[in-house]
Design a protein around this ligand. Structure first.
Ligand SMILES: [Zn+2]
Ligand SMILES: [Zn+2]
Length: 235
């Protein structure tokens, strides 16, 4: 892929190191490292870490909280409680993660190459949904996922976008919820499509040799899952 498409902040060894430590901590411990922790682990000052995190955030490699003094998300991971809880199927593995959205939840399983149980609630009927998902375990086919806004607007407020990418019992519940709360807006697809998309989008995210995807590569991943048209056009 063209070198020019790789976001600048990932090119310096320092930002690469911080980036990888953030993902490593999320993968191993289920939460984000603090700035102090990153400073200690890298032998840098908190001010230096703050500047590196800011450059990573500007490249959409992670998301900082409103005050810019903590990591809020590093997709597919989120530091704060959101609508999805992930539990490893292996009962001896006591890690847990919050899933920011349906897509991220499948993404965490894909990135970790791990079979998980996902717990969430259908926004329409409030039913508790429990499903098993893994790199080779697709979610039940009747489940539906609703995307709230077009791809071009995802990063206008990415936390809000994730908050609204929810899992529904089925397409009917997603359509009924849309009619009641956001008529004419969003896009509903089946959970298996999003699970397939998450494997390509997030499957390499914590690999040692991860290189940020180019826009074209991600557009191609969407297209392969049949997610085409203006709604899916990346900025
Ligand atoms: Zn429902
Ligand atoms: Zn998300």
């Amino acid at each position: 892929m063209p070198e020019a498409d790789v976001p600048d902040p990932m090119r310096t060894p320092a930002s690469r190191e911080v980036h990888d430590l953030v993902y490593e901590t999320f993968a191993k411990e289920g939460h984000a490292p603090s700035l102090a922790e990153l400073a200690r682990l890298t032998g840098r000052t908190i001010t230096e870490i703050g500047a590196i995190l800011e450059s990573l955030a500007n490249a959409h490699a992670l998301v900082l909280n409103r005050d810019g003094d903590a990591i809020r998300m590093a997709h597919p991971f989120t530091a704060a409680p959101m609508a999805f809880v992930l539990t490893p199927l292996d009962g001896t593995d006591d890690r847990r993660w919050w899933g920011g959205c349906a897509w991220d939840s499948f993404g965490i399983s894909a990135a970790l190459h791990l079979d998980v149980r996902i717990d969430t609630t259908c926004p329409h009927c409030a039913a508790h949904l429990t499903l098993t998902s893994g790199p080779n375990i697709p979610p039940p086919s009747e489940l539906a996922v609703r995307f709230p806004r077009p791809a071009a607007e995802w990063w206008d407020d990415v936390v809000a976008t994730c908050t609204m990418i929810r899992l529904f019992c089925n397409r009917t519940h997603a359509d009924q919820w849309t009619a009641e709360h956001a008529a004419g807006q969003g896009y509903v697809t089946d959970a298996r499509t999003v699970w397939e998309l998450a494997k390509g989008w997030y499957g390499d995210r914590i690999d040692r040799d991860f290189v940020p995807h180019t826009r074209d590569r991600n557009q191609d991943l969407l297209q392969r899952r049949g997610l085409i048209g203006e709604f899916w056009l990346l900025p």
